[in-house]
Ligand binder design. Structure first.
Ligand code: NAD
Length: 375
């Protein structure tokens, strides 16, 4: 099997889908691995390292490699021009952002591609080592707090100095999933006082074990649901009560880190413009959910907007800002998913396997998950 590790073409993307050690592993299993020249440059892996690991470096202008590749490991969906070169039945594996992605759906069908979307990996124990959303969300949660600390006009820790005592910063984390819990841990390490809001009751204990305080849920009859570890969207009545509670916490906060998401749906708006007005000038909001519409009204991807003195930062691409570790973990996630299906250098996906069937969007151009595209 010929595996291609391409240069990522999406703007701002610094990660690479396989590190030299992942290439070594795939080579050890008997696969041929082709790496587009400089594919790992932005994440700290140069061509020499790939060569030493057994990868074959191919120049970017060599279109043959796209035509001959059996499997393409990618971080984000390759450009349309690269997809158009793929051979029938080629397997594309990566974060393909399939929701309501009509363009991707059309290309898959016309090019008869088999596409595996890592976002759709079922959340079962066996899937943990391949869980790209978790490995990348962890990085986003960590980096969000560092970004907030560097943008904030205050210290995070409490300091007792000869000139007086500095009070610790107050951080509100919205959403206590993978990114949120890492944000809590990072903010605690920096000495902040941390509050967390989530709608899954299990989060309370997790948050408290990290030394943060859980913001109690509104008392209403209809409790929010959960499926496969993911939260379901809340009702408008619940959301409005939740926002009323959050307003109080946000009015005293220095930082809000927004990580609340509902799989395949728009993110809930938990901070609206009235709530921003109640925040103190100088406060910082980091919105990790910005590419799903954002938890905070008015945030825009990769932009800092100042509203009433509050800095609103749309930070949907933070994993890419820690490209060495993000790529290392990402590559391990992909190889761990694929390795059980490689025998004597040949990849043969078992379409009945729960992990594979969960992420398989299409088989040789036949769409298997229409619902995802319609979502
Ligand atoms: P996510 O990114 O989809 O959502 C982030 C958080 O936002 C979730 O905790 C969710 O409950 C919360 N949220 C949604 N609506 C909200 C609202 N209105 N207000 C406040 N919070 C809201 O989720 P995630 O971080 O990817 O993971 C969620 C859960 O899945 C975690 O418990 C995690 O441990 C579990 N998980 C399991 C596996 C596995 O078993 N293989 C892998 C990864 C994660």
């Amino acid at each position: 099997t010929k595996i291609l590790i391409p240069i990522e073409t999406a703007s701002g993307e610094r990660r690479v889908s396989a590190t030299p050690s992942a290439v070594k592993k795939l080579k050890g299993l008997g696969c041929e691995v082709f790496v587009e020249s400089s594919a790992g440059e932005l994440s700290g892996f140069n061509d020499t390292l790939y060569k030493e690991s057994g990868g074959e470096i191919v120049s970017k202008s060599n279109i043959n490699i796209w035509e001959n590749a059996d499997v393409i490991f990618c971080v984000q969906t390759p450009s349309e021009s690269n997809l158009s070169k793929l051979k029938k039945g080629a397997i594309l594996l990566g974060l393909l952002n399939p929701y309501a992605n009509e363009k991707l759906q059309k290309t898959i069908t016309s090019k008869k591609i088999s596409a595996l979307s890592m976002e759709l990996l079922p959340r079962i124990s066996r899937a943990q080592s391949s869980d790209v959303l978790s490995s990348q969300a962890n990085i986003a949660g960590y980096k969000a707090v560092l970004l907030a600390a560097s943008e904030l006009d205050r210290y995070f820790p409490m300091l007792m100095t000869a000139a007086g005592t500095v009070q610790p910063a107050k951080v509100v984390v919205l959403g206590g999933g993978v990114a949120g819990l890492q944000a809590v841990a990072t903010a605690k390490r920096l000495g902040a006082i941390v509050f967390v809001s989530d709608i899954r009751p299990a989060v309370k204990e997790q948050v408290e074990s990290l030394g943060a305080r859980f913001i109690e849920l509104p008392e209403i009859d209809e409790k929010p649901g959960e499926s496969g570890g993911y939260a379901k969207a809340v009702t408008p009545e619940f959301l409005s009560k939740q926002k009323a509670t959050l307003t109080k916490y946000l009015s005293e906060a220095d930082v809000a880190v927004c990580t609340a998401q509902v799989l395949g749906k728009k993110a809930p708006v938990l901070i609206d413009s009235h709530m921003i007005e109640k925040m103190r000038p100088g406060a910082v909001v980091i919105d990790l959910a910005v590419s799903q519409g954002g938890n905070c009204e008015g945030t825009k991807s990769n932009e800092t907007i100042i509203r009433n003195g509050v800095k609103l930062i749309g930070a949907g691409e933070l994993p890419s800002s820690v490209p060495y570790d993000a790529s290392t973990l990402y590559a391990k996630n992909l190889t761990s998913l694929i390795t059980p299906f490689i025998k004597d250098g040949v990849i043969n996906l078992d379409k009945e396997d729960e992990l594979i069937s969960g992420c398989l969007l299409s088989n040789e151009g036949v769409i298997l998950q229409n619902k995802v595209f319609e979502n």
